[in-house]
Design a protein around this ligand. Sequence first.
Ligand code: HEC
Length: 129
Amino acid sequence: MMGKLIKNVCRAFWFIAATMMLAALSVFLFDPYYGFFAKSAQDDGRRQRGQELYFASGCQACHGDTGNEPVDPGYPVIAGQPAAYIERQIRDIKSGARSNGLSPLMQPSTLTLSDADIAAIAAYLTRDR
Ligand code: HEC
């Protein structure tokens, strides 16, 4: 009698524990904001948009198709650096906060880019990291 009760309580306990673990796992994997799959799908979408903006803005005319082949030895290689760094440089060149060297040459092609556009381009260019 007592043994059966203990058995049932144990069974209920394992059932609840397993359900909770399954729920936690599915949030971890599928949550639209924090889930593993959702996040990588979002990142892919942003990189894709960054690539489109990179070409639509004419960046490749100076930095090359991949950002790794500047058309002039005086222009920098821009791919593969940390995203936060790339993002800051584009924003500063756009605003004029960075106007050293040849950066005024580049400024016109940044003027129509929003902050979200710049973040997307940075996500595209940092892909080698
Ligand atoms: C007319 C040529 C030209 C175009 C077009 C151009 N850039 Fe540049 N870019 C430069 C030059 C030159 C520099 C370096 C400026 C300097 O001398 O400091 C630079 C610097 C940068 C840097 C900073 C690199 C570093 O290591 O600090 C980034 C990032 C960048 N460009 C991204 C872009 C993006 C994104 C676009 C398109 C929206 C773009 N550039 C369009 C010429 C260009």
